[in-house]
Design a protein around this ligand. Sequence first.
Ligand SMILES: *[C@@H]1O[C@H](CO)[C@@H](O)[C@H](O)[C@H]1NC(C)=O
Length: 518
Amino acid sequence: MVVSHSHRPGNTRNAPSASTIRLGILLATAFIFGIAVCSAFFMYQTHTLDPILSGSHLPHYHGNAAPLQEHIPRPGRGLRPPSRNAREEPNDGARPKTEERPTAASVPSSILDGQRILVTIASYDFMQLPHLEEVLDGFIDLCYAGSKVDVVVYTTVVYPVALIDMFNDRLRCNNPSPTAGFTLTLMLKHSRVRLHLVDFHRELFYDRLDQYDLFIYTEDDIRISPTTVAAYLHETRRVESLVGAEHAADFNVGIVRYEYDFPENVVITDKTRHATENVTRVYWEHIGKPPFEKSMDKIDDPALAPFYLTCRHPHQGMYLVTPALLRAWRDRGPNCQFDKVRDRPSNPRNPGQPTEGTQRVWMSSQMMFGGRHCAIKQLLPVDNFGQLTVLHLPNKNYRRVGKQGRLGGGDGAPKNEFSDGSEVFTPTHPDLLKGLEMHVAIKRQFPGPMGADVGDGGRYAGIRLVDTDISLNRVSKNHRANAKKRLDEYAAYVSRGGYLIDSDMDIDVDAYRIASSV
Ligand SMILES: *[C@@H]1O[C@H](CO)[C@@H](O)[C@H](O)[C@H]1NC(C)=O
């Protein structure tokens, strides 16, 4: 799969000659043959590694929790969450104290219980790996909250086996519920897709419309928690009940990103920790005060007006969406066509110049919310607002505000300074125990096959690395050997049923991220 909508500036059109037509027919035949070969290959993948391309819903691995099942307290027996009513309505004396307690059947299950959720994350390379780790933690939380979660990470770097093994341990969802689960698939893309890495999720969503209850597209630095997902589901149901299912397709419940405004000029250390005293969450993308004149708006629809507000600048970097909305937006007319991946709008005389934001802004927000496109109205709940705010993990963008060419920055504003690459960073203390170092140390002490990642049928059931698109011939020479070695090591790891051997553990924990891209 190559990005199908790349710019070809300077394309000229001439009338085709007979030889051009012959060549065209030849190419078309070759293309169809190519498709046949590729689909045969995909079919093969379907039955081997790639759960995402499989026709049926994914088998979910439940770790070693099955034998424990007997001891898990069930609703109505033993542990039980306090009923919401009991908490919210303190006994005022008018009610008999010995009110009947709810029976098992009347205890509602969690809003996240058994939800089938497909999450796609655009994560170009290892630059933001620490943030991606936090993001993945949010989705394993979602499995423990009861949902069946399939995560697909689009990446251009080959993850070494030791890192995959660490993630296998960290992201194993030992929730015994048969309707909970977690899988992670790393979809390898060629690095030359560049900014178009954000495009791939859309086709997957539409291919899988019938298999999930919720779809999430996000980047590798936005912390999404079970609360975010539960709040989205709750509000989406509320919108439907307020305006009806059909009109509800004109809206989508959104999110607002936040950061913490640590002082501009201070790194927090023991000596400067009091500088945290005034630090607070900031919605840095929504500047302009007072907010309800400059950055936020009320909703016109009378049924929604009391409960929701919207942002004038509805960039989110991510979105959540239900299959019903995806269907409605596919059929929403020529300006929308939400299922059709295409380039962000640009200056017709200069296609390199975006007019409404970059490709990632386009795919995550502008195509959905832009008035000239799908024109969906973003909704943020008045009373649960904070539950639909998400942490932008790099915590850096608030520093841009008011700088030249950035939000709130006029021509006379100070420049947004970038490093020229000559900066030398002081390394941290070598005694600090790194995550991967610790993982390898544990595995050296407890070696051998323990079957933690072997599912039903004795097959490897851990993280999938799917490399269907990668022809290593196109990879630069110095990266090729490294990439091939990692892919081979991964295949060997899978065929062993997923455990590390000595050569996998000889990883340089300080250097493995360099020169990893294909
Ligand atoms: C916090 O804000 C208060 C009020 O503006 C100010 O007096 C105080 O110096 C601030 N503290 C720090 C550490 O900046």
